[in-house]
Write a protein that binds this ligand. Structure first.
Ligand SMILES: Cc1cc2nc3c(=O)[nH]c(=O)nc-3n(C[C@H](O)[C@H](O)[C@H](O)COP(=O)(O)OP(=O)(O)OC[C@H]3O[C@@H](n4cnc5c(N)ncnc54)[C@H](O)[C@@H]3O)c2cc1C
Length: 419
């Protein structure tokens, strides 16, 4: 038997992708390694989800439930407690190897695959943090899971390294659960979290934010539990400045030092990777360099808003259905390149074989700009521009414009011009 589409991952991305594929009357099987659908949303019990898609503010589980309801109404097939451990392509078919206690090892074939496997957290080892290796130094996402799903308090006196959204939200969560939160240190001169989270999670609770600071020492007590950390200010090359040391006696250090798209399943496929997004390069149909292999959600690019994950994944699902209906006719493709003040763009290619009306480009700025204009050039030709206020690397931007202006002779460049 061969399934039309296999969706790997049952978080916000996989749910939206599977729903849009099913609505196009294709057979779809979603595979999720956890014991429930919803992904990371299940542990995000704070509110702030859904303002764009539903025009209402939900908690993570409430937002997930909206999609799970629709998913169940459409009677989409899915497997829980099942991990995809291998993905290969044989001719035109994908072979997906799954592992579960119920079924053991099994192979399932598909005409197309959508990767919605989310992302993972950077750990202490990846930033070569100096000092001892005690208990009590954990990633903020793990702490969130212990607290919100398993009901375990992770410490009494905490410090947070990294001001990404998870770090900010966990600073507030730990405070509300009775821990003393002594501060958040951020190596960059600006926060990496959404502005609303700085206000609602730190300012509202008088939790200090130390910008241009990092942890330069970790001490443990006799039981090998964290005893204290030292933070230091850094210069513009991120070197610690001597004389700026501050020592905090804490039993917990939460790390919120970056998320990386999980593309381990692409290891056996010759997929082109973008070193900036740390994920696969895609064309405007969310298709990787392997025909029929699509990717979306946090496994494509780390999103700050779930609404954007759902919208993007729904589009990816529709493109997958187009692929199955042979709507794609191979033609020339051109590059989409990040220009001045742009960290990355997705998609990285515009493929003229796909018939679209609008080109949607996501990007992040490489620095904070109070006022800017997003400009898209083809060669020297300005094909699109839009004003932006308060652009920060922490917030993903999306622009959308019609194709008519574009031709297949020159690459496209996206820039942010400071005003
Ligand atoms: C702490 C935190 C706070 C956030 N706060 C907000 C907020 O306030 N507002 C907002 O709009 N957004 C917020 N977001 C962002 C948003 O929640 C996420 O971007 C979105 O939920 C990600 O969805 P996803 O499906 O791409 O990834 P995930 O939810 O991570 O789903 C990926 C799924 O794939 C499964 N999987 C992975 N590999 C395999 C495999 N090999 N086999 C089977 N299954 C697999 C995983 O188990 C997981 O369920 C927050 C995110 C985090 C982490």
């Amino acid at each position: 038997m061969i399934v039309d589409v296999i969706v790997i991952g049952g978080g916000a991305s996989g749910l939206a992708a599977a729903i849009s594929v099913k609505k196009r009357n294709k057979q779809v099987l979603l595979i999720e390694r956890e014991n429930e659908l919803g992904g990371i949303l299940n542990q995000c019990i704070h509110n702030g989800f859904g303002l764009e898609v539903f025009k209402e503010e939900y908690t993570g589980p409430e937002y997930a439930y909206k999609f799970i309801e629709e998913f169940n109404d459409l009677k989409i097939d899915y497997l829980l407690n099942t991990t995809v451990i291998k993905l290969v392509k044989n001719g035109d078919e994908f072979v997906v190897t799954i592992s579960s206690t119920a079924q053991g090892l099994k192979e399932i074939k598909a005409k197309a695959v959508i990767i919605s496997s989310g992302c993972y957290e950077r750990t202490r080892g990846q930033i070569a943090m100096p000092g001892e290796r005690p208990r009590g130094v954990i990633t903020a996402g793990s702490a969130q899971r212990y607290l919100n799903i398993n009901g375990y308090m992770v410490g009494k006196k905490a410090f947070i390294l990294g001001s990404g959204d998870i770090g900010l939200i966990m600073a507030r969560r730990m405070h509300l659960e009775g821990a003393e939160v002594l501060g958040v240190a951020e190596i960059m001169p600006y926060s990496n979290g959404l502005n609303r989270n700085i206000v609602q999670c730190l300012n509202d609770f008088d939790i200090p934010l130390y910008l241009s600071h990092t942890v330069t020492n970790v001490e443990s007590d006799d039981s090998k539990r964290l005893k204290a950390i030292t933070i230091q200010q850094v210069d513009e090359r991120f070197n610690p400045i001597s004389g700026t040391e501050k020592r905090f006696e804490v039993d917990t250090l939460l790390l919120s030092i970056g998320l990386i798209p999980d593309i381990t399943l692409l290891d056996d496929l010759s997929v082109e990777v973008d070193q900036k997004t740390k994920s696969s390069k895609i064309n405007q149909a969310y298709e990787t360099s392997v025909p029929g292999l699509f990717i979306c959600g946090n496994s494509l690019q780390v999103h700050d808003l779930v609404d954007n994950v759902s919208k993007e994944s729904s589009r990816a699902g529709n493109c997958t259905a187009d692929f199955l209906e042979n709507k794609f006719k191979p033609r020339k493709k051109i590059n989409i390149i990040p220009g001045k003040n742009i960290l990355y763009v997705a998609p990285q290619y515009l493929d003229f074989g796909w018939d679209f009306t609008d080109l949607i480009i996501s990007f992040r700025s490489s620095k904070k700009l109070e006022k800017a204009i997003a400009k898209v050039y083809q060669g020297d030709n300005l094909v699109y521009q839009k004003r932006r206020t308060f652009v920060v690397p922490a917030e993903m931007e999306t622009i959308s414009f019609p194709y008519q202006e574009l031709n297949d002779s020159q690459d496209i460049r996206v820039e942010l011009e400071e005003l």
